[in-house]
Ligand binder design. Structure first.
Ligand SMILES: [Fe+2]
Ligand SMILES: [Fe+2]
Length: 399
């Protein structure tokens, strides 16, 4: 049965092709569709569109049974175009492929991908090298837990600290900012290398980077609260962070940064919270700690996942810690100014007894960090004695 589509006054300059296309969908190649309408250049425009879309056209003749201005003979180019297309997995997390091809590029997961096109340079394209089943739910909780630095901290809380205590706070903040900057740069770099098929991991790392951006902000604001000069940045600390920033392997970077470094920072932030001489310092430490717990959780979950498919992983993790330890052997590790400031904060006053107590508190902090690292290493499947050995080789810079 022949069909005639009446476009009425709609021209090809105002979307007529949508109506023609829709009418052609139900036809087989070779079938004819009559087209009529009031637009003056209708046939000229229909002709041009048909050539572009792979259909043919014939002018209406007197003998035609219906009142069409032209006839479109359905081609098959639009059918052929999608014949080699493939579904890029599915939108849900359990529809993720292990090795998505690079030519899928940035296509939405689950979309019908036309063949061809150039390959983008996502070199982290193996699911097991980046994935953790916890990623989607961790992303959701990270997105809902975003706080506003302007209102989450009572910036005007009264805190008339003695100069030396204020300087100790500023030194600790200066150190934190430098380390937070490493924690911002590393996931951001990794993110840009991950195949977009693993969308939830990219999203999680993006929120993680946003977390670190806020940490940099609140620590900077606390440092500048009383107009003090910023503290010092030592070579030892920077060398330690450089070994993190330069680690190209996703799993090793995630291990060194999130499991060992941010893991140790959980203890450090608890220490600062406990020994803070003013409410703002306490609040900024507490806010950052909440986020860090998620960063550590993803690192641990990812490596647990990878350990199930890669029997060499633990050997490589251990080797990474040893390699980093050797590179940093001749460096000072933790900036002495930072160490002294932590002691000062824990001491709270300048009596020999208080300084002694402060020193003991910092030693206790180091022991807690070590214990935490060992605990997480055991969760990754290391035997207890090996966990203790690896933890002991961790950088003295904490991060
Ligand atoms: Fe952070
Ligand atoms: Fe972090």
């Amino acid at each position: 049965m022949t069909q005639v589509l009446d476009l009425e006054e709609i021209s090809f300059e105002r979307g007529a092709h949508l109506l023609v296309q829709r009418a052609l969908q139900g036809l087989n190649p070779g079938d004819e569709l009559g087209v009529t309408g009031l637009a003056p250049d209708l046939v000229v425009h229909l002709d041009a569109w048909c050539r572009h879309a792979g259909h043919r056209i014939r002018r209406a003749e007197r003998a035609d049974p219906q009142d069409a201005r032209a006839w479109v003979i359905r081609g098959r180019a639009d059918l052929d175009r999608w014949s080699g297309a493939e579904r890029s997995g599915g939108p849900k997390a359990d529809e993720i492929l292990r090795n998505p091809p690079l030519h899928w590029g940035l296509a939405a997961r689950g979309s019908l991908v036309e063949p061809g096109g150039s390959e983008l340079g996502f070199d982290l394209a193996d699911r097991d090298c980046v994935w953790a089943d916890i990623a989607p739910s961790l992303y959701a909780s990270a997105a809902s837990a975003q706080w506003d630095p302007a209102t989450a901290v009572a910036w005007d809380a009264e805190a008339g600290l003695p100069d030396e205590i204020e300087r100790a706070v500023v030194q600790v903040m200066t150190y934190l900012i430098e380390n937070e900057m490493a924690a911002l740069v590393i996931p951001s770099r990794l993110l840009a290398r991950i195949h977009p098929h693993f969308r939830e991991v990219l999203q999680l790392l993006a929120v993680q980077a946003a977390d670190e951006a806020r940490h940099v902000e609140i620590f900077t604001r606390r440092a500048q609260l009383k107009g003090c000069e910023m503290g010092t940045s030592a070579v030892g600390g920077r060398e330690s962070l450089a070994t993190l920033v330069n680690e190209p392997d996703f799993s090793l970077a995630s291990f060194l940064l999130s499991v060992l470094g941010e893991g140790s920072f959980l203890n450090l932030l608890t220490f600062i919270d406990r020994n803070a001489p003013d409410p703002v310092t306490r609040q900024v430490a507490r806010l950052a700690r909440q986020d860090e717990a998620r960063h550590v959780a993803f690192g641990v979950a990812h490596l647990q996942h990878q350990a199930t498919v890669d029997t060499t992983l633990r050997t490589r993790l251990r080797a990474a810690v040893e390699r980093r330890h050797d590179v940093l052997l001749d460096t000072a590790g933790l900036n002495q100014d930072v160490f002294d400031s932590l002691v000062t904060l824990a001491a709270g006053e300048w009596t020999p007894q208080a300084i002694g107590r402060g020193y003991d508190q910092v030693q206790k902090l180091r022991a807690e960090m070590d214990e935490g690292r060992q605990h997480r290493l055991i969760r990754l499947g290391f035997p207890a004695d090996e966990a203790a050995e690896i933890s002991a080789l961790h950088t003295r810079n904490f991060m």
